[in-house]
Every structure is written in C-alpha cells, then in structure tokens.
Design a protein around this ligand. Structure first.
Ligand code: SAM
Ligand code: SF4
Length: 328
C-alpha cells in the first residue's frame, strides 16, 4: 500500500477497546463516554481485519486502546496474529499498555509471539502518578514491568512531558530506565479532544526538556531510527536511548507509515484529522474480503499529507476524538 505522497503504509495500530482502568487527564475526562458494546468489533472481526491488512502489505501491528489488557479475549486475538509472525507474513507484533495488568498477562503475552511492549509511565513519584492517572497505583505498574522483563519481553517506557506536573521528575525517569536497561521515549502532549486552558499551559516542548536533562546527562544525537516518529539520543552515562516524539515542535508527517483502526472498526488515516472510513459495516455485510480490500486501498490513497496541530490558549483542538477513542 502506497499513499498519494509516495509513503509506503506498512504499520497498523489496532485499538481493541476504548475502555480503560485509568483516567489519565490528558487522554480522557474523569467521566468518559465509552462506545456501546454492539459497536465494538468482536475478536473474530478484529482478527479478520488484521489478516486483510497483512495481505495488503502491513508488516507491523501494534495492539493498543484504551487499555488493551482490559479487553476480554485479547489473547484469542494475539495468538493467531503471533502465528502470522511464525509464518513470515508479519514482522512484528507489539503492544502498548499502562502496565496495570501486566503482572497477570506478561507470560501469556510472551507466549503469543509479542516480543516488545511499550509501557506508559509518566512519573516515578506515586503521588504525581496518581494525580495524572486519576487514581492509578504506581507500585502495581512497577510490579507489572518487572514481570514483563522476567517473561523475556523487551520493555520501552513512554512518558508524556507535562509542564508543572511531571517535568521535575523526568531526570529520575532517565536514571531509573538506565538502571533497568529500558529505553525511554518522551512525548509532547497533543491537542486532541476538548482543550482546557490548563492543557495549553502544560504543553512542554521537548527541546526544553533535553536542555534541562543535558545538565546531568550526556545526550548524543543518534542515527537510530524505528518505524516510528521518534528522534533518538544516546545517553552516554546509562547506555540507553532517549526517544523524543515531537508532534508539535517537529512535524514528522513526511515519513508517516501508519494507519489506525479504532475498536469500532473505523480506519483513521491521520491522528490529527477527524476523517475516517467505516470498515465495520463492510465487515458485517460481506462474507468476502474483496470489498474491505477495495475500501482500505481507496482510504490509503486518500491519506492526508499531515496534521496541523497547534497548541495555545484559545486555539481549538484539531480533532475532537481523544487518544483513547482513536487508539494511541
Ligand atoms: N492505555 C495504553 C497506554 O496508556 O499505554 C494504550 C493507549 S494510550 C491512549 C497510548 C499512549 O497515548 C500513551 O502513551 C499515552 O500517554 C498517550 N496519549 C494519550 N493522550 C495523549 C495526548 N493528548 N498527547 C500525547 N500523548 C497522549
Ligand atoms: Fe488509559 Fe492509556 Fe488513556 Fe491513560 S493514556 S487513560 S492508560 S488509554
């Protein structure tokens, strides 16, 4: 699949649920509206769609949400997708999680063929963590992360940088990841969903964070690249990498290789745009995959060139969908 700007689309992010056991304030309100269950794809429908995408050239699938590990039957989706890896049709199957259920699921995850997971962890201060997640328990996540490592999963930590919230603790996160041997990726907060004035004030450009970290750490720019939008620095003292996803300050759309499938079967071509294509109706009304394939190819051909994120007091959000609704 190649879009009209010549970008090969090889990466599919699949949201398996919009539900979550945390309520991170930058992701959702404290009283979010979730999709009615009948609108959510069942596990067989998700598997069928993933297989269609793999046939069309997707080589990497990331399972996300909402929180993917609260989705009932999630292992019944991961197992057959793991077999696509064994058969050489898929290169990588990974998962993004908040880590709350990892202690329970880590060995089963490793057995399905998942090799790498991203764990979202914005602070190592239990109070700050509880405040960001509106009630999350840091110890549970740390326990889950250890279980994942013990199960042989490669762990990467993701943290959203928030001015006046967790910025004082980002150095601690660098040190801890160094001790554990984990790479760390920092993310600029993106203006998705209703933008409270507080969110504009919490936006923290990552070049500012790097300048601050450079007082204690030697950050060496690295040529390392993944399929993702991050730019990397080697941290000389720890031997680990620092990734930075700067959707706001450094646009990375020119190398975008991904599309997103929501839990309701909508195909989103760009995180920062509201348009989407409904695949659920086609899925539920046709036994053959031909219509799905045509709709996916047409959607990819129309993938927009890029987002137009802007953040600041009074600037409306570019998309009224929040991250838990799109699949982060
Ligand atoms: N629940 C899982 C987790 O938290 O890792 C997976 C889904 S979550 C929506 C995926 C990622 O999106 C998380 O790393 C989260 O920090 C990030 N995220 C959510 N809202 C965001 C926003 N407005 N700006 C930047 N990142 C955001
Ligand atoms: Fe849940 Fe992940 Fe959103 Fe936090 S960022 S509320 S853990 S979906």
């Amino acid at each position: 699949m190649i879009d009209s700007f010549g970008r090969p689309i090889t990466y599919l992010r699949v949201s398996v649920t919009d539900r979550c056991n945390l309520r991170c304030f930058y992701c959702m309100t404290d009283d979010p509206e979730f999709l009615p269950r009948r609108d959510i794809l069942d596990i067989e429908e998700l598997e069928r769609l993933c297989r269609v995408f793999v046939r069309l050239g997707v080589r990497k699938i990331r399972i996300t949400g909402g929180e993917p590990l609260v989705r009932r039957g999630i292992m019944d989706l991961l197992r057959p997708l793991g077999q696509e890896i064994a058969a050489g049709r898929l290169r990588e199957l990974c998962l993004t999680t908040n880590g709350m259920q990892l202690a329970r699921f880590a060995p089963a995850l490793a057995a399905t063929g998942v090799r790498r997971i991203n764990v979202s962890l914005d602070s190592l201060d239990a109070d700050v963590f509880r405040r960001i997640t509106r009630g999350g328990d840091l110890a549970t996540v740390l326990h889950g992360v250890s279980a994942a490592r013990d199960a042989g999963l490669a762990v990467k930590i993701n943290a959203v940088a928030l001015r006046g919230v967790n910025d004082g603790g980002l150095g601690d996160l660098v040190a801890w990841c160094g001790e554990q041997g984990f790479d760390l990726t920092l993310i600029e907060t993106m203006p998705l969903g209703g933008l409270a004035a507080s969110r504009a004030m919490q936006y923290l450009p990552l070049d500012e964070v790097r300048r601050h970290l450079a007082r204690n750490w030697t950050l060496v720019p690295s040529d390392y690249r993944t399929d993702g939008p991050a730019r990397y620095w080697d941290i000389r003292e720890t031997g680990c990498r620092l990734g930075c996803i700067e959707a706001m300050s450094h646009c990375f759309c020119a190398s975008c290789n991904r599309v997103r499938l929501t839990a309701a079967g909508s195909l989103n071509l760009c995180l920062g745009r509201s348009d989407s294509v409904d695949l659920r109706t086609l899925l539920r009304t046709h036994d053959s995959d031909a219509h799905l394939e045509r709709a996916i190819l047409a959607a990819v051909a129309a993938k927009p060139e890029g987002h137009d994120f802007a953040i600041g007091a009074g600037i409306p959000p570019v998309s009224f969908r929040r991250m838990y609704q799109t699949g982060g």
